[in-house]
Design a protein around this ligand. Structure first.
Ligand SMILES: Nc1ncnc2c1ncn2[C@@H]1O[C@H](COP(=O)(O)OP(=O)(O)OP(=O)(O)O)[C@@H](O)[C@H]1O
Length: 305
């Protein structure tokens, strides 16, 4: 159950929206596709969904071109939300399940389960338009996988959700993954990508800047975030050897280092042999790496060591 993109390219006349990208997503994996607005994510989804042709390259599901497959193997939660406002919640879910060839009998227990799981049981008989935005989103998410697809594309599934619903969705997505569903996930909120994905692809203007393991990406940059609580002032910290910049936080300072080899010497200098309440060397967050990579000229920004 593998999705494999090789050399996938989409041109609109002379404009290259997706430029020779490659990645593979394995069964039971959540794979992140990230990039700024216009980077080519939706175009990539549309080619996987076979709603658009590739200009070059191929997209295979278990070794077969997606062009030759019936679309029932996949589910899609698009970024633009759309449910039928006049339809009742449960009618809506039956409708989407039946579109993919499932019977009412097959759908009933799944609909019961997911409405209960998403705290929507008492809303099942109400029209979708009367639901709050977050509840509409939960219904749309259920609709995207009610036919139990093997492969699921989730585009910004968390936008507009409160923290409790975010957690609910997070655990539902993990549950689907654990059942063996292959998931392609996109979000502009990097903390969500970081929490869910082990592997990812970063797009910039259609080109892949990175495709692979998130931990390996972090290791390329090293533990260059030093979080410290100290009586030293910001200018004093900024003047230390190996420190690129200093940010004050509500819990001390975060120092960006040239590279992690400066750690021991900084520990000596900042601690001065005294007890030190907080001194931790951390990897950059995905959000920080994304800004460095995508903000770099033509994506050529490389780690500082
Ligand atoms: N039908 C089209 N004709 C011409 N250009 C298009 C067409 N569809 C998309 N594009 C262009 O292709 C590029 C990639 O668009 P795409 O929608 O894939 O980006 P995205 O990464 O999904 O962005 P967002 O995060 O804003 O949703 C953009 O520059 C867009 O203007």
């Amino acid at each position: 159950m593998t999705l494999a993109l090789s050399n996938v390219t989409k041109k609109y006349r002379d404009f290259v929206a997706v430029d020779h990208i490659d990645f593979t997503i394995n069964r039971g994996e959540i794979f992140g596709l990230i990039g700024q607005n216009g980077a080519g994510k939706t175009t990539t989804f549309r080619m996987i969904l076979n709603l658009q042709d590739t200009t070059e390259g191929e997209i295979l599901w278990n070794g077969e071109s997606v062009n030759n497959l019936n679309r029932d193997f996949l589910g899609y939660l698009p970024e633009e939300r759309g449910i039928y406002p006049q339809m009742k919640v449960e009618e809506q879910l039956y409708f989407f399940g039946e579109l993919h060839g499932k019977s009412k009998k097959e759908l009933k227990p799944r609909i019961d389960y997911w409405l209960e799981r998403f705290d929507l049981e008492e809303k099942r008989k109400v029209k979708a338009e009367t639901l709050s935005k977050g509840n509409q989103q939960k219904v749309q998410l259920i609709a995207s996988f009610i036919h139990e697809p093997q492969f699921l594309i989730l585009d910004e599934p968390f936008s507009g959700l409160d923290p409790v619903n975010r957690e609910l969705l997070m655990s539902a997505i993990i549950e689907l993954r654990d059942k063996g569903v292959t998931i392609l996930f996109s979000s502009h909120q990097m903390d969500n990508v970081e929490e869910l994905c082990d592997r990812l692809c970063i797009l910039k203007r259609g080109k892949s800047l990175f495709s692979g393991d998130l931990q390996e990406l972090k290791e390329q940059y090293g533990k260059v975030n030093l979080r410290v609580r100290t009586a030293m002032t910001k200018p004093e910290l900024a003047a230390l050897d190996g420190v690129v910049n200093v940010k004050q936080t509500n819990d001390g300072y975060t120092l960006r280092l040239e590279n992690e080899t400066h750690g021991p010497a900084l520990f000596e200098r900042i601690g001065r042999g005294q007890y030190i309440e907080k001194f931790s060397m951390d990897y950059l967050s995905l959000d920080e790496i994304f800004k460095l990579k995508v903000g770099g000229k033509d994506g050529q920004n490389t780690p500082a060591h």
